[in-house]
Design a protein around this ligand. Sequence first.
Ligand SMILES: [Zn+2]
Length: 125
Amino acid sequence: MVIHTGDIIVKCGLCHKEIKKGEKIYQARTYFIFVCSECCILFTDEEVEIALMVFFGYGGFFGKLRSSNTSIKEVLKDILMELQSKNKKINPEDVDEFNLTLLHRALLYGITIKEYVQGLEILSK
Ligand SMILES: [Zn+2]
């Protein structure tokens, strides 16, 4: 953790909210990007690095498409319906790409990585 002391407007690399002067922040190791105190509560250091990597690869930010009751099940259903409408199937070699797409979409909806993992665990039972 470092303390933000400058007068420059700094935005969180995950949620894009302005980081207030004096707010405790985290500086990501991989991309040297600041993360706000709220995201530091929601994400472990490792999860911050993963989420930043996903946003670098796919764009957007945490909570960009946030709605009140979007669950991982609904996100998964939406992606599957999109694939179905394009007559695309998930081949075994596409599973990693599909998983990244699902994680990215979940993050856009404001679903944390912890909630994502818990949601998948519930769905797999
Ligand atoms: Zn944030």
